[in-house]
Design a protein around this ligand. Sequence first.
Ligand SMILES: Cc1cc2nc3c(=O)[nH]c(=O)nc-3n(C[C@H](O)[C@H](O)[C@H](O)COP(=O)(O)O)c2cc1C
Length: 282
Amino acid sequence: MQNIDITRRLSKLMPTGALLIAFIFAAVLLAQEKEKEKKQEENMSIGDRFHHETCMTWKGAIGDMLSKKPPEPPQYKSYPKAEKIQLPKPEYSGMTVEEALKKRRSIRNYSTKPISKEQLSQLLFAAQGVTGKMYGKALRTAPSAGALYPFEIYVVVNNVQDLPRGIYHYSVLDHTIELVKAGDFRDQITDAGMKQETLGKSGATFILSAIFDRVRYKYGERGMRYVYMEAGHISQNIYLQATSLGLGSVCAGAFLDEKVNQLIDVDGKKEAVIYLHPVGCL
Ligand SMILES: Cc1cc2nc3c(=O)[nH]c(=O)nc-3n(C[C@H](O)[C@H](O)[C@H](O)COP(=O)(O)O)c2cc1C
């Protein structure tokens, strides 16, 4: 009689025990998996980790929606005290896109002939010119994630007809340039660009600088990827426009970050230079 009772009791206990064992087993597996992932991340290069940690998953996307994000910075940057120069209307009509695509080449040697203000105007318009409106927002020549436009464009004017040398900021809304620093910056931009002479011998060298929180406030860390993608869009616009104007250009990703950031007075954290783009006459 007593034996039967014990068996009954055991059989009642068994499912709970099995459940407990299964639970412990799952917890161990999960901990092992987490440990493995941590080890994997530890062995990753900074580049691999950047990509890995900004990968999108449904779980991550939901987590990201709930995560704390930086506040939205102003959409436009301006220099209210700076001298403002109105640029000619960008009305140039050149070769077809197909021709420009076929002809585009990275060109690093330029003649001493200055580029014209009209050409500068057209190039800035190609980079970030306003081409439309949506919900009161100014849309531009290059696409931007969420139409948030993280980029500011600066121009080191080295050799532009009727325009004093200096560093200017492109004001997209009114198609003007604002004089940020007057003077000859040919040597400084060359030094900051790791002695790439093309940067100082150009008619103008474009500096593409990104304000990261403009995209991060909405997309979190994933937004950092978008910034680099957008630099490519803007760069290609400059390349194709330069080709169509019969000018030479090259994009430059090799430069001393701190030095170029200092040149335009940005901190390299909230805002940093991503790309350089000299353009000159052939
Ligand atoms: C992300 C990136 C960075 C680059 N950086 C430089 C650079 O610092 N200096 C330079 O002279 N060319 C640079 N280039 C231009 C490449 O050398 C060039 O595109 C390549 O040789 C192909 O030639 P093509 O542009 O004439 O087709 C860069 C290109 C890219 C896409």
